[in-house]
Design a protein. Structure first.
Length: 256
């Protein structure tokens, strides 16, 4: 492990393979000057921002619905998208949104022209939807378990002053759920890396421009044996994750 870390640090600060020489921050400057890298970085930040916000909102809504009743085996169905093989999910996604998919067939029956959903403007929203389908269930079950553990006395005491259910959620539950929401966001960030498999199964190594993430850039650098840019890109990815996690801890400290 230490050898790998030393090798990565050496590569990101040096140039050349046969006769390496110290380059300082030149690799980072050249990497930032690459339009493809900036596009991949922007897409990654946008996807994480939109995906995490929607993930927590949907998971909280599903948790509130599940927590109203006793735990039922049907709630485990929320975890099914996580265990479906990637290739099977990609095949089903293409059969639904592809050129000859079910949606375009319905459009054809309605007299509309087929739409290239997977490669057009809808590609990014569809990928976010796929991310939500695969991850909402896990986070919602964790939140539901915590909501069930909140003493009923809290709700009874709040209802002495107000009968608003939304007010109880906003003023009582959300502050109590802040640490759990932080865990949910960390799970969302870690599961983001798994989305590379789905994108690769759908598009291969050259996805649409809106779906080109840092993982695709790093994978292409690895194929071209450009380890200097690969190491520098890994640093930028780590910085993005550290900033997001730091913001989450600040939010937790503010509400906690």
């Amino acid at each position: 492990m230490r050898c790998r870390l030393r090798s990565a640090c050496f590569l990101r600060l040096h140039r050349g393979v046969a006769h390496p020489h110290f380059a300082g921050l030149q690799n980072f400057r050249e990497l930032w000057g690459t339009a493809v890298f900036r596009q991949a970085l922007g897409n990654t930040v946008l996807f994480l921002t939109v995906g995490l916000c929607l993930l927590l909102a949907l998971a909280l809504f599903a948790a509130l619905v599940c927590a109203k009743g006793r735990f039922a085996p049907q709630e485990l169905a929320l975890l099914l998208p996580m265990v479906i093989p990637v290739n099977s999910f990609a095949l089903g996604w293409q059969s639904l949104w592809g050129q000859n998919g079910a949606v375009n067939r319905l459009l054809g029956l309605a007299g509309r022209e087929p739409v290239d959903f997977l490669n057009g403007a809808a590609a990014f929203p569809l990928l976010v939807a796929l991310y939500l389908i695969k991850n909402t269930g896990c986070v919602s079950l964790i939140l539901a378990a915590v909501i069930r553990a909140v003493p009923q006395d809290y709700q009874d005491a709040y209802q002495l002053d107000s009968t608003s259910e939304w007010g109880y959620v906003r003023r009582v539950l959300l502050p109590l759920l802040t640490p759990t929401l932080l865990i949910g966001m960390l799970l969302g960030i870690s599961n983001y890396f798994l989305m590379f498999r789905d994108v690769y199964a759908l598009y291969g190594s050259n996805p649409p421009a809106r779906l080109y993430m840092l993982q695709h850039f790093m994978n292409n650098m690895f194929k071209h044996l450009d380890y200097q840019r690969l190491s520098a890109a890994a640093v930028f990815l780590a910085i993005v994750i550290v900033i997001l996690v730091a913001l989450l801890f600040l939010i937790e400290n503010y509400f906690g």
